[in-house]
Design a binder for this molecule. Structure first.
Ligand SMILES: O=C(O)c1cccc(C(=O)CC[C@H]2O[C@@H](n3cnc4c(=O)[nH]cnc43)[C@H](O)[C@@H]2O)c1
Length: 241
């Protein structure tokens, strides 16, 4: 029998919601074969299903939820990039006469999954260096099933999650799939709009997609700079017999 051989590799699954996001990410990556970028459709269910089906095939070392997102005022301005340090299912829970209670408070699940914060911080540094005009920050990213459209709802999220940087609709689904397969997860958002009263005419999708493209150009460069160390920050080992 041949002895087991361990080879380190990096293979990153990136889940966007729509094709425009996927295209921006692919453009930033410039054809880098270490990344597999897919569009799932919007929402946590499609994101979890698409990520889970891909990860089941094996060979991945990290999963990333990426796209545009809403930024909380005072935290993440339009055109900035937010890299999650935690991924939170903000509206997973139940209404009670005393108000909203999270799934965790009710004892039927978790609302928060960790993000690969060390890699996130390194990506923030490379992005800031390569694109000095681009604001980039780390912070909690909320996953919601209904995009926030009023000031009271935005205020409620800020009260429940002080310091929340952004919201989007897929991160927790990708994070659940990654966690099921024992893989680390990240979430990267180019900010297109402020979280608050809905005004679709104020969304700056082009700017957010440009920010996303730059974030993934920086991601590629980060992997190049890390060299073999990149594998230590993603899941690491492939066993060959
Ligand atoms: O219309 C377009 O050209 C276009 C291009 C790229 C993306 C879109 C989307 O509508 C993406 C939907 C996606 O965006 C996230 N998102 C953005 N802002 C928010 C928000 O304020 N609250 C929640 N989610 C937001 C979300 O992940 C959606 O799935 C259109």
């Amino acid at each position: 029998m041949m002895e087991a051989q361990h080879t380190k590799h990096v293979r990153i699954l990136v889940i966007a919601a729509v094709d425009a996001e996927r295209e921006a990410i692919v453009k930033g990556l410039g054809g880098d074969s270490r990344f597999d970028v897919r569009a799932s459709g919007a929402g946590v269910g499609m994101a979890a299903a698409t990520a889970g089906a891909a990860l089941a095939a094996g060979g991945y070392t990290l999963a990333v939820s990426a796209g545009i997102g809403g930024g909380f005022p005072g935290q993440a301005p339009v055109g900035s990039v937010v890299i999650a340090d935690a991924i939170i299912a903000a509206d997973l829970g139940a209404e009670t006469p005393e108000g909203f209670r999270t799934a965790r408070e009710l004892g039927f699940g978790s609302n928060r999954l960790p993000a690969q914060a060390e890699l996130g911080a390194k990506l923030q540094a490379v992005l800031a260096e390569r694109f000095p005009g681009r604001r980039v920050l780390t912070g909690p990213v909320l996953t919601v099933s209904t995009a926030t459209g009023t000031a009271p709802t935005a205020a409620a999220w800020e009260r429940r999650h002080p310091g929340a940087a952004a919201e989007a609709m897929e991160g927790y689904g990708v994070a659940c799939a990654a966690s099921l397969f024992g893989l680390p997860c990240m979430e990267v958002r180019g900010i297109s709009n402020a979280v608050g009263p809905r005004d679709r005419t104020a969304w700056r999708i082009g700017e957010a997609l440009q920010a996303l493209e730059e974030a993934f150009a920086a991601f590629r460069e980060l992997l190049d700079r890390l060299g073999p160390d990149a594998a230590e920050l993603t899941y690491i080992q492939e066993v060959q017999h």
